[in-house]
Design a binder for this molecule. Structure first.
Ligand code: C2E
Ligand code: MG
Ligand code: MG
Ligand code: MG
Length: 281
């Protein structure tokens, strides 16, 4: 196996039962270098009020401006980063960059709430909350302009640490969202105990709502539960107008997806129409 590693730079090992994970060590080293040389970028995808369609914040999404390979989507480098400590340094950068951008927008007169994806390993560190609060102070951005998005898996892999950190963040005014809801294993019974402001229904449910009555029913149930717990509901991956209209009718609060706006570089955000150029129903 070592011989193979030297040849290809790919390490393979078995984690847990039968999941074979591969990490491209050469690319990971290159990513660490790219991060330190300023090659990472954030693009921002708007979230829209489901009824008025007005823009109501953006989600920061990381990209790697690779000198040879071009602009790389996170799917090509985040999984490796998440299996190493590179993810911690990367997340520090994402938080600093996104909040710096929020401060720039604010100074230019734009009130743009920003959502940032936080991996489980980041929140499991004792320094996570102090670091986030320090960046907010440094940039003089009010805490309620920041939403942190975490996945169900994050909550379940480190339930105690993560719940405590989230509770502390909320106490300071930061908003908390559960990302990709429906793809993990959160028991519905756990939901009332989680300190959460927002549920983001995963794209896999949204794209199937018109051809699968079961998926549509699940969406309705998630909306009902979230509402009864005082949470907002976001639908991600909205790719067409009938889907957007039905989600709005079903009671979803915010819409995100290519139908409304794609992720764009920061300089494009203030130029986007406050309402997308689609017929609002
Ligand atoms: P996510 O947080 O669920 O982000 C939404 C993803 O769906 C983004 O992909 C976005 O471009 C894509 N998307 C939005 N609307 C549509 C649509 O209508 N159709 C389709 N097919 N896709 C849509 P992206 O930017 O490639 O990011 C993928 C995932 O990588 C994110 O999923 C998130 O889990 C992770 N990620 C992205 N940026 C960061 C980051 O800064 N830190 C961490 N830890 N994770 C990140
Ligand atoms: Mg997200
Ligand atoms: Mg999401
Ligand atoms: Mg998703």
């Amino acid at each position: 196996r070592r011989a193979k590693q030297e040849r290809t730079g790919v390490v393979e090992w078995t984690a847990g039962l039968d999941t074979t994970q591969r990490v491209d060590l050469r690319q990971l080293t290159e990513l660490r270098g790219g991060l330190r040389s300023g090659h990472l970028r954030l693009h921002y995808q708007p979230l829209h009020d489901a009824t008025s369609r007005a823009m109501n914040g953006v989600e920061a999404l990381v990209r790697w401006q690779h000198p040879q390979r071009g602009l790389l989507p996170p799917g090509l480098f985040l999984p490796d980063a998440e299996r190493s400590d590179v993810i911690l340094e990367l997340t520090d950068w994402v938080l600093a960059e996104a909040l710096h951008q929020a401060a720039l927008w604010r100074r230019a007169g734009h009130h743009v709430p920003v959502s940032v994806n936080l991996p489980a390993a980041y929140l499991a560190q004792d320094r996570a909350v102090p670091t986030i609060l320090a960046v907010l102070r440094l940039e003089r951005v009010p805490a309620d302009l920041l939403t942190v998005e975490i996945t169900e898996t994050a909550v379940l892999t480190h339930p105690d640490e993560v719940a405590a950190q989230l509770a502390e963040l909320r106490l300071r005014g930061v908003r908390v969202a559960i990302d990709d809801f429906g793809t993990g294993y959160t028991s519905l019974g756990l939901l009332p105990r989680l300190p959460i402001d927002e549920l983001k229904i995963d794209r896999s449910f949204v794209v199937r709502m018109h051809d699968s009555p079961a998926h549509a029913t699940i969406i309705d149930s998630v909306i009902a539960i979230a509402k009864s717990l005082g949470m907002k509901v976001v639908a991600e991956g909205v790719e067409d107008e009938p889907t957007a209209a039905d989600l709005a009718r079903a009671g979803v609060d915010l819409l995100q997806g290519y139908h409304l706006n794609r992720p764009v570089p920061p300089e494009a955000v203030p130029l986007l129409p406050a309402r997308p150029l689609v017929p609002a129903v």
